[in-house]
Design a protein around this ligand. Structure first.
Ligand code: AMP
Length: 281
């Protein structure tokens, strides 16, 4: 696996794949890689002959007071994991490579970015859409792979790609979990042992709510109440948000008469954890 950090080196490596007639799949990440990221690499390998992964902790998608400074960074360990996972090229640019002097563009995807995480983290999805648009423009992949764990991010990226007519196929990979159900996340590294023990209650509460739906409840209000009740039993987690939205548009629904996304965020101490399940329809 080759590692590059400049745009010309990235472009010439990708051009050499193209000359050999290889399709290119791309997996954007912020590093601190875990099995969830490596599953995206695996899916990318199945989709194309060459796999490009980026590692860039994108300052534009962190709000004031969020964890940009303390976000875990370990490029050497990440590169080793990617090499073992069979990635071909790692693009690890510095901030001034991604945002050179004079950079002036912000990509705003209206609608799908406005509720849920978008409402609670102002500017977050503008940061995501801007970095993804630039990365797609630099790599020019045939396929790009994103994780269902960040469901609203997937919706934003799909809208962006459709609206700008970008010639890339977006694939969404299922959430990879620890054996106790906790969704893998780079931020899990912040959890104290006590918080780590409490954290799987988030996924259990999502599953319990899905069960309430399977037992016949269709009203969003009732399902959200069931979720709040379930999460309330874990006193070490503080509920931050819970939303039941149309899985395609990310707009709130009143009843489950189509595929819906139940997405929630909790705080375990200083750490914010998110997770979701899709059901209905
Ligand atoms: P991040 O580095 O956290 O920004 O994530 C990079 C990509 O990996 C995004 O598309 C995430 O949705 C995806 N991802 C993160 N955690 C998981 C997970 N547990 N399972 C599947 N995909 C994930």
């Amino acid at each position: 696996m080759k590692t590059v950090s400049t745009v010309p080196d990235l472009r010439s490596a990708v051009a050499s794949y193209r000359e050999k007639g290889q399709r290119v799949a791309f997996v954007p990440t912020m590093g601190a890689l875990h099995a969830g990221h490596l599953a995206l690499v695996e899916q990318a390998r199945r989709a194309a002959g060459k796999v490009v992964v980026s590692i860039f902790v994108n300052p534009k998608q962190f709000g004031p007071g969020e964890d940009f400074e303390r976000y875990p960074r370990d490029l050497a360990a990440d590169a080793e994991k990617l090499r073992e996972a069979g990635a071909d090229l790692l693009f690890a640019p510095a901030v001034d490579v991604m945002y050179p002097p004079g950079f002036s563009t912000t990509v705003h995807v209206a609608g799908v970015s406005e509720g849920m995480e978008g409402a609670r983290r102002p500017g977050h999805f503008d940061g995501v859409a801007t970095v993804v648009a630039r990365l797609l423009g630099l790599v020019l992949p045939d396929v790009a792979v994103f994780g269902q764990k960040d469901a609203q991010q997937c919706a934003v990226v799909m809208r962006l790609v459709a609206d700008l007519g970008l010639p890339v196929e977006v694939l969404v990979a299922p959430t990879v979990r620890e054996s106790d159900g906790l969704a893998m996340s780079s931020r899990n590294a912040y959890l104290s042992p006590e918080e780590r023990k409490a954290a799987p209650a988030l996924f259990r509460a999502l599953l319990a709510t899905q069960l309430v739906h399977e037992l016949g409840e269709r009203k969003a209000e009732k399902l959200l109440a069931a979720f709040r009740l379930a999460i309330g039993t874990e006193l070490r987690l503080e509920l931050d948000s819970a939303d039941l939205v149309d899985a395609a548009t990310m707009r709130p629904v009143e009843k489950v008469d189509r595929p819906v996304l139940l997405a929630a965020a909790v705080r375990a101490g200083r750490t914010r954890l998110i997770d979701n399940v899709v059901f209905g329809g």
